[in-house]
Design a protein around this ligand. Sequence first.
Ligand code: ATP
Length: 233
Amino acid sequence: MLTVEGLRSRYGRIEVLHGIDFAVDSGEIVAVVGANGAGKTTLLKCLSGVQPVYAGEITFRGEKMTKVPAYKRLRRGLAQSPEGRQIFTNLTVEENLRLGAYLFNDDRVEQDMEEAFIMFPILKEKRNLAAGGLSGGQQQMLAIARALMGRPSCLLLDEPSMGLAPILVAQIFDVVRSLKALDVTVLLVEQNAFGALNIADRGYVIETGKISMSGPAQELIEDPRIREAYLGV
Ligand code: ATP
């Protein structure tokens, strides 16, 4: 569904992605794990089109995306739920969800919203309240639900567990795993290597702008190098 070949990206003259290669198959959950500053967010921004790519190719559902602007990538089915959630705090929960569906003006929007409320009952309870009043975990749920309102076939998730209490981290990873049932392919970028690999089919490890390891998620969890560097065991 998504392939990335030789991807390079820079901030000014400083290159931070040095030729990234990976692929995501339809229906998979793929985790990209790595330390703070490894280049995970930059990689996702390149995929969603908000960060320029200096060399390499991104192909999504058979179509070259590298020069396609960000808003058109969403129309093609590639949606990002950004780091730090970036919800509209002054708008209500429902208004945030409607913004996620801004591409559409059909009856399915209401239906999608009802499905979001089934997935996240707390959002239904708080649908008319300002999103800024939600807890961190609820805001993360809203960010994911808003991205789903764009009817993506592939969802790019940037650190959904960041800053959440452990119980909420588990809840968010459960939600991500449940996206499989909705036929949404997921690329999950995380510092929480264990949590991400635990729900992923396959994983990639990114270190200072390069992929250093890849494989089935379970094999990565069991790999002594990963355990030492990322799992603290
Ligand atoms: P984090 O988990 O902290 O978000 P990350 O793995 O997502 O880390 P990036 O945010 O992609 O890493 O950063 C990769 C490198 O690019 C880092 O060295 C970072 O300092 C640098 N960088 C990120 N954003 C910018 C920017 N806007 N201008 C210059 N350098 C940047």
